[in-house]
Design a protein around this ligand. Structure first.
Ligand code: ADP
Ligand code: MN
Ligand code: MN
Ligand code: MN
Length: 336
């Protein structure tokens, strides 16, 4: 009888940044449909999600992707539930009360390829530093791009899994890369980014290279990692009016704190006002301004004020479910 490998993926209870976990379930005669993935359980006492005396938690399948690395395999994104079926406190996806697919998101996920032997980015010498930033962004050639074969492998896997990957590029710091993912609605956007992150981590195992999602893994004059959140709804895509864009941008100012709360741990190390960022306690917006909190892309202006906005503050380790949900809330409050 045909056996299928279902890899159940979930987010653990670590704070302030959750990590990915997964385990394999073998099933027979799988239809390839999400509705055919059973609810499963795991030991929450090993993931900081439950006490040992009452450790069983549930995994509820929410999205299904072909597994690019396994014959007859699928990746099953799940949400963590309590034994009574209510959402576990670590379940950010379940807090999305407004899955509005009129909201489109483009997340630019930056990260470092990390050498665990040196505890430094790929391309950093064992002692000291590589040449200063400059040649690495979109660079080509040995000594400028580090780990391209790993990134290429990950890209092929995302495509094979059906992730809406839009592009990749080498970033400003040595060993730093980016991938961009587009999706509609907060849940779908989060599912896509988390599964892409999962594939990056698992792919790295093959090369003995890990993925560092921290927003400022190298102190000093080295760029941190962001996860710029590009967003639009039909009001922005069809605005035709500078005023609508400014109204939406201004709505973000009184809720700096609420946004920063879900924009990733240690963001004060990255949002300094340097390295293409605005300071964490300030808010600004501007056309083409990469030192602003929110950038209005020039293409939006050139299209007659129709298009999208880029919130540059979310960092590389932020939870895309929470980022997207918070943006939907603020944009809706502006346009009501
Ligand atoms: P940059 O590096 O210049 O900031 P990127 O090309 O890396 O820009 O990323 C731009 C992102 O904007 C992409 O992820 C893309 O999906 C997203 N995007 C483009 N148009 C829209 C839109 N209308 N709504 C939401 N996101 C969008
Ligand atoms: Mn980018
Ligand atoms: Mn970037
Ligand atoms: Mn950007």
């Amino acid at each position: 009888m045909a056996k299928t490998k279902l890899e159940y993926i979930w987010l653990d209870g670590y704070t302030p940044t959750q990590s990915l976990r997964s385990k394999t379930k073998i099933v027979s005669k799988f239809s390839g449909k999400l509705s055919d993935c059973p609810i499963w359980s795991f030991d929450g006492s090993s993931t900081q999600q439950a006490p040992g005396g009452s450790s069983d938690l549930l995994l509820k399948p929410v999205a299904l992707f072909p597994d690019p690395d396994r014959k007859d395999g699928w990746l099953v994104m799940t949400e963590v539930l309590n034994p009574d079926g209510t959402p576990h406190p670590s379940n950010g996806r379940a807090t999305i009360d407004d899955e509005d697919s009129d909201f489109w998101f483009g997340f630019e996920q930056e990260y470092f390829l990390w050498d665990n032997n040196t505890n430094k980015p790929l391309g950093f010498p064992e002692n000291g530093y590589p040449a200063p930033q400059g040649p690495y962004y979109c660079g080509v050639g040995a000594g400028k791009a580090f780990g391209r074969h790993i990134v290429e492998d990950h890209l092929d896997q995302m495509i094979a899994a059906g992730i809406n990957i839009e592009g990749i590029n080498a970033e400003v710091a040595t060993g730093q890369w980016e991938f961009q993912i587009f999706a509609k609605g907060a849940r779908e956007a989060g599912d896509q980014v988390w599964v892409a992150r999962y594939l990056a981590e698992r792919n790295g195992e093959k090369y003995g290279v890990s993925i560092n999602w921290h927003c400022k893994p190298v102190r000093g004059d080295w760029n941190g990692s962001g996860m710029h959140a590009n967003f639009s709804n039909s009001a922005l895509r069809e605005a035709g009016s500078k005023e609508v864009f400014e109204k939406v941008c201004r709505a973000f100012e009184p809720v700096i704190k609420e946004h920063i709360e879900v924009y990733g741990a240690d963001n004060h190390l990255r949002l300094t006002g340097l390295h293409e960022t605005q300071a964490i306690d300030k808010f600004s917006f501007g056309i083409s301004d990469r030192g602003a909190s929110i950038r209005i892309p020039i293409s939006t202006v050139e299209n007659g004020w129709k298009g999208y906005l880029e919130d540059r503050r979310p960092n590389s380790s932020a939870d895309p479910y929470k980022v997207a949900a918070r943006i939907i809330k603020t944009v809706k409050s502006a346009l009501k």
